[in-house]
Design a binder for this molecule. Structure first.
Ligand code: HEC
Length: 104
């Protein structure tokens, strides 16, 4: 029962945190579904926080980056949703937001 209340408090504070919560979600999705390639630059993936690698990609605009995150990029190692089909489009967008924020 105690754990239930603590969980409830957690949810309430997440809702209250708003923006911070969205950022935490992006971080979380990134670690689960994207870090495996984007931490080390596997298969030519732009690394997290690598400004030089991200700058030309960011220039394409956020919508283009969201599309790649959700649909993948044909002919590259970037598969739809990083291969994690259970992610919602919003989850993927949060992860892209997180990655772009780290590269600015
Ligand atoms: C299996 C490895 C792998 C995983 C997992 C992966 N990526 Fe990628 N990602 C790549 C590679 C490789 C590229 C570079 C593609 C290219 O431009 O050649 C890339 C590029 C990108 C780009 C830049 C696209 C562009 O147009 O330049 C975004 C945004 C991106 N990934 C988002 C994500 C997100 C979000 C996740 C997790 C949900 C994720 N990736 C998981 C391999 C991966």
């Amino acid at each position: 029962m105690k754990a239930f209340y603590i969980g409830l408090l957690g949810v309430a504070s997440l809702l209250a945190a708003g923006n911070a919560a969205a950022q935490a979600k992006g971080d979380d999705v990134y670690k689960k579904a994207c870090a495996v390639c984007h931490d080390q630059g596997i298969a030519g993936a732009p690394k997290l926080g690598d400004k030089a690698a991200w700058a030309p990609r960011i220039k394409q605009g956020m919508d283009a980056l969201y599309m790649v995150g959700i649909k993948g990029k044909p002919g590259t190692g970037m598969v739809a949703k990083g291969g994690n089909a259970s992610l919602s489009d919003a989850d993927v967008k949060a992860a892209v937001d997180f990655m772009v924020a780290k590269a600015k």
